[in-house]
Design a protein around this ligand. Structure first.
Ligand code: ADP
Ligand code: ZN
Length: 750
């Protein structure tokens, strides 16, 4: 008797053993899906991860109900990658399976898309026979007309061979030709009708072109990268914005493809894939596959199958989940904008970091990883400095474009001297005016979406809060609603203060929508667009905004973080950062690193070709070290200061962190559980355990939250520590009073 160990798509530990019915004992393979019963009446689509003859000792295993695949949908290195993710990020195998495999694969929701085709019956390939029939059809002119149409479209007259034609095409727009005539021809045996599988993914019929030749410094960087790959698994390419990193990637990809291997190109955000797709498709045509969450499930299944079976997708451009695609033979992974926080998955588990996971994935394939950015993460730069990674630096921008000039506006002074209007200093308004006069484009960066972070009563200082979460609600002026950005709760904006009834609700702080409103007042003739979560929800949202910018249909683009990410617009001469302070005051050890990255990246959007750009930074703390480092384009100074702080305050890369989160509806239970857990962990790990603490937002969706932070030396044995820690966690959950406390772990949480 054969048995199969199967992963089920559930957040529970381990795999489950099922019996393989004898009719499938020849065909069953690991990596295939299996439909299995679970519990008393549930049925799941699992994945077979091992096949063996060890009969379970303590129970009678249930039987596999069905095996829907002819061939595995998972490859061996891929499953080893799942195991690594599951172990390192402390996630159940079922959670990894859920994240990795498109849900279209589960319970056979995916149906191949088919279309009806018409072809001439083989018996009519003989021209005499065909002419006889045409004679007979003189009495049925509609049928004759349709037959002649078929012969034309299918080019039978020219080629004398039978080619199928889609039914839709044959009948024409709105069935211009009669379907009953078609049926008549099918009945007579002249036509055959059949269903054929067609792809959902559009192939591009673009002419492929050669990659642009690299200039001297790009060539040198490329050679340097290749040289370092001789003895390093990972190389960091630190190249200023617009140095042409993407062009270097393209040349590297060409070389890897020539060796018959695949390339994964990871981009941090869907927003970026639009422009990158155009650039890569120009060179790689239909060898390029694109993979991200704005595709439908069915489309994602097709991309998956394409990577698995055909050899047509050789380059995959994707966001973080594309590390899970079933690559045949990876030769190179490129992680573009490697410093980007959006490579990290927060919820649900597995809470993986796609850059770090990519490095492991590459090593499973014997492939290399290239990290690229103008503003490396502290970790990656540190790894390069200590020789763990190779390092290649590129300091020149393409075509000797100059780095932008950076102007710092002291907002304290602007307010004192009344040199401002709304949220804009007179300086910024003047510079916008100038740019518009010269028909150049402007990008304004504001780190918050919505109209204003919150509404406050002028009379009693009451702030409307979410019913389910410990956060103030955000005003969305267009809809006139107050929204919770954590749980999605929405209410109408009240007329009067709900607490004291005074008609004095006013907005506090400011978001992208508010900036848009002010800009429209100051510059009524300017064409303004906004790019934030609210305007980019749909699949086409990003693409619409980006193409409007490219076609110069926008004068001023207002946006959140999204506008900072490697977008490349030719005519942007001015970038305004409206409030640098809310970047600096983030309660997180990475806030200075991130503030520098955001400001340096958004500055990189200014003045790309032929013209030096200008960046205006509005701030209340013009002397802050990070602001000064941005002004002087001095990454090195930022790194030197930050790496010292990381060492003295025990943060990554010198320490690893695991954040343990506890959730429960009852705040007494949560406090008891968190205190007890922290105390037990301390007996094992001493001062490496911090907390418990209530996070900034201490209640979400009616669940109270407590967190414990666990820091340990990077050099320490991670495995042993993790095992002990997990043991302590499960013992806590085993106590009856804490059974319903939900505990989750986040490894490398920031
Ligand atoms: P980065 O990725 O370093 O920010 P890009 O690759 O986006 O830089 O290059 C910036 C601009 O310069 C792009 O418009 C790109 O097409 C152009 N460019 C860079 N290198 C070349 C080259 N060798 N030949 C032609 N155009 C180039
Ligand atoms: Zn809420």
């Amino acid at each position: 008797m054969l048995y199969a160990d199967i992963i089920l798509p559930l957040p529970i530990p381990g795999t489950f053993t099922y019996a393989v019915p004898s009719e499938w004992k020849e065909t069953v393979k690991t990596g295939m899906r299996a439909i299995v019963p679970f519990g008393s009446k549930r049925i799941y689509t699992g994945i077979i991860v091992s096949i063996h003859k060890n009969e379970p000792k303590h129970y009678e295993p249930k039987k596999i109900l069905s095996l829907p695949d002819e061939e595995p949908i998972l490859r061996a290195p891929q499953y080893r990658f799942w195991e690594w993710i599951s172990e390192y990020y402390i996630a159940h195998p079922g959670e990894v399976y859920q994240a990795a495999v498109p849900s279209g694969f589960k319970l056979d929701q995916y149906k191949p898309k088919t279309e009806a085709y018409i072809r001439l019956s083989a018996s009519l390939a003989d021209e005499n026979k065909l002419l006889q029939w045409m004679d007979k059809l003189l009495r049925a002119p509609k049928q004759l007309e349709l037959l002649i149409r078929y012969l034309e479209i299918s080019e039978f007259t020219k080629t004398k061979s039978i080619h199928p034609v889609p039914k839709k095409q044959l009948l024409g727009v709105k069935n211009r030709f009669s379907p009953s005539a078609l049926n008549g021809l099918v009945d007579k045996g002249i036509f055959e009708i059949f269903q054929q599988e067609v792809g959902r993914l559009k192939e591009s019929d673009l002419e492929r072109e050669n990659a642009y030749p690299l200039n001297a410094s790009q060539q040198k960087a490329m050679q340097e990268i290749e040289k370092q790959f001789n003895d390093k698994q990972v190389v960091l390419l630190h190249g200023v914005t617009s140095s042409g990193k993407t062009e270097i990637y393209i040349h590297l990809i060409e070389k890897v493809l020539a060796e018959g291997k695949q390339v994964l190109y990871l981009a941090p955000e869907i927003a970026l894939t639009a422009q990158l797709t155009t650039r890569l498709r120009r060179v790689f045509g239909n060898k390029l596959g694109v993979y991200h969450s704005k595709f439908s499930d069915a489309e994602r299944v097709e991309i998956w199958n394409n990577v698995l079976h055909d050899e047509s997708y050789e380059v995959i451009l994707g966001v973080r989940s594309s590390v899970f695609l079933p690559f045949r033979k990876l030769g190179l992974i490129i992680v573009d904008e490697e410093h980007e926080p959006s490579f990290k998955q927060y919820d649900p588990a597995p809470r993986y970091h796609a850059r770090n996971a990519a490095i492991v994935l590459a090593s499973l394939h014997g492939a290399k990883t290239l990290l690229g950015t103008a503003t490396p993460s502290i970790e990656s730069y540190h790894n390069a400095k200590i020789g763990k990674y190779g390092l290649v630096e590129l300091h020149e921008r393409y075509e000797e474009m100059q780095l932008p000039e950076i102007l710092v506006v002291d907002m304290k002074e602007a307010y004192r001297k009344k040199q401002y209007e709304g949220h804009f200093s007179d300086v910024l308004i003047e510079k916008i005016n100038l740019a518009l006069q010269q028909q150049e484009q402007v990008i304004l960066f504001q780190n918050r979406r919505g109209y204003a972070p919150f509404v406050e009563c002028k009379a009693c200082a009451y702030v409307p809060k979410c019913k389910n979460c410990d956060v103030s609600l955000t005003l969305h002026a267009a809809a006139n609603t107050l929204n919770c950005h954590y749980c999605g709760y929405v209410e109408r904006l009240p007329q009067d203060c709900p607490s004291c009834k005074a008609p004095d609700l006013r907005t506090r702080g400011f978001g992208t929508e508010k900036i848009e409103e002010e800009i429209k007042q100051f510059f009524p003739d300017a064409r303004v667009m906004r790019m934030d979560l609210d305007t980019t929800r749909s699949k086409k949202g990003y693409a619409r905004i980006i193409s409007a910018m490219e076609r110069r249909q926008v004068d001023i683009l207002i946006g959140t973080q999204m506008v900072t990410k490697g977008l490349d617009f030719e005519k942007v001469s001015l970038v305004g950062i409206l409030n640098a302070d809310n970047l600096l005051s983030f309660p997180d050890f990475r806030s200075y690193e991130r503030a520098f990255q955001l400001m340096a990246q958004v500055s990189g959007r200014a003045g790309r070709k032929h013209k030096k750009g200008l960046v205006v930074i509005q701030t209340y703390s013009p002397d802050n070290s990070v602001i000064q480092q941005v002004v002087h384009h001095d990454y090195q100074a930022m790194f030197d200061l930050q790496i010292q702080e990381r060492a003295s305050f025990q943060y990554p890369p010198f320490y690893r962190m695991i954040q343990i989160t506890l959730k429960h509806r009852d705040f007494k239970v949560i406090d008891q559980a968190a205190n007890e857990l922290a105390a037990t962990l301390r007996t094992a790990f001493g001062s490496r355990v911090l907390g418990p603490a209530a996070p900034l937002i201490a209640r979400v969706q009616n669940q109270y939250i407590r967190q414990i932070l666990f820091k340990f030396e990077t050099a320490a044995s991670v495995k042993a520590a993790r095992t002990t820690m997990l043991d302590i966690l499960s013992k806590l959950n085993a106590q009856p009073e804490f059974k319903s406390v939900r505990i989750s772990c986040d490894v490398d949480p920031y």
